[in-house]
Design a protein around this ligand. Structure first.
Ligand code: PMP
Length: 312
């Protein structure tokens, strides 16, 4: 996770100096919101995948949290992301913007807190492992439910909400699986601890509706890619046993990218390896993010010298 600089409140701060105070409300109450974005090496230079959409969700996370005004405009945030990538001289990296309550009296009144915004970047390989991209992963249905929409709210990447994901992921790893699949409070399939989920059955693609999940930007990209490839797609409730009898299951997210699930709860999914539909979508996805398919050129925001040199 190392880099030379982290952008904080308008300035590039050397990595070691990017610290926060013990009494920051963010640390005590999880009062922060984050984004996860990837920048890929493309034929035109480093390109950030769907940056505008990620920044919009970042600002919306602040809105869900109850901020009256986000401290920075979308334009400034975009320039700051470019600047941070360029300052760290990365061609490919993960980008982590964070809004956090950095000061003010410790207490539960958010309106009394001071806000900060930071952006870190680091080189991060495949989240579920290189082997998983080719062979698929093994997952378990978690005994932890996904967030109730009226308790924690599912549309924002609020840091405190991620304790739920951390519990599920850690339990899955300790149980010998790669990742957790979480059910919604009604018992229907929701999503992974950090990925959205798709099912393939008889050539048709299914995915849970957005009500109780994070509206993933990779999910949206997969829906568009699958539509362009001519697949029939249905957003509908999925039960746990529908996963067991699927021909293919795959998950997707910024960190995880597009990964097949070859086993769930000790049951093989289909033949127990990546299926042809997942493979086709995975290939299209990687061509899109790497700027190799012009149909998806609008999704890539090239990190330019001019913008990136602003403010250095
Ligand atoms: N669901 C959850 C709970 C997540 O944390 C993520 C990662 N942001 C996703 C889904 C996938 O979202 P995206 O494709 O926008 O990264």
């Amino acid at each position: 996770m190392k880099s030379e600089f982290i952008w904080i409140n308008g300035e590039l701060i050397p990595y070691k100096e990017a610290t926060i105070h013990f009494l920051s409300p963010a640390l005590h109450y999880g009062l922060a919101a984050f984004e996860g974005i990837r920048c890929y090496s493309t034929p035109n230079g480093p390109g950030v995948f769907r940056l505008a959409d990620h920044l919009e969700r970042f600002v919306n996370s602040g809105r869900v949290l109850g901020l009256q005004d986000f401290p920075y405009s979308l334009e400034i945030l975009r320039d700051a992301v470019h600047l941070t990538i360029r300052a760290n001289r990365f061609n490919e990296c993960y980008i982590r913007p964070l809004l956090y309550m950095s000061g003010g009296p410790l207490g539960l009144n958010m309106d009394a807190h001071e806000l900060s915004v930071g952006i870190a970047t680091w080189e991060w390989g495949t989240y579920l492992g290189e082997e998983a991209l080719e062979k698929g992963t093994r997952m378990m249905i978690s005994s932890y439910s996904r967030l109730h929409p009226n308790a924690n709210m599912t549309k924002a990447k609020i840091s405190g909400n991620y304790v739920n994901s951390v519990l599920a992921k850690t339990l899955a790893l300790r149980s010998g699986f790669d990742e957790a699949i979480m059910l919604d409070p009604d018992g229907y399939v929701a999503e992974g601890s950090g990925e959205n989920l798709f099912v393939v059955r008889k050539g048709k693609i299914f995915t849970p509706p957005t009500a109780s999940i994070l509206e993933g930007i990779t999910r949206d990209s997969v829906l568009q890619i699958a539509g362009n490839l001519g697949f029939e797609i249905s957003e509908e409730r999925i039960t746990r046993d529908q996963l067991y009898i699927a021909d293919e299951v795959f998950v997707c997210g910024t960190a995880a990218e597009v990964v097949a699930v070859r086993e769930i709860d000790h049951r093989k999914i289909g033949p127990g390896k990546m299926g042809p539909v997942t493979r086709e979508i995975q290939q299209e996805f990687f061509a899109a993010v790497r700027g190799e398919n012009n149909d998806y050129a609008d999704w890539i925001d090239i990190v330019t010298e001019a913008e990136a040199s602003l403010g250095i």
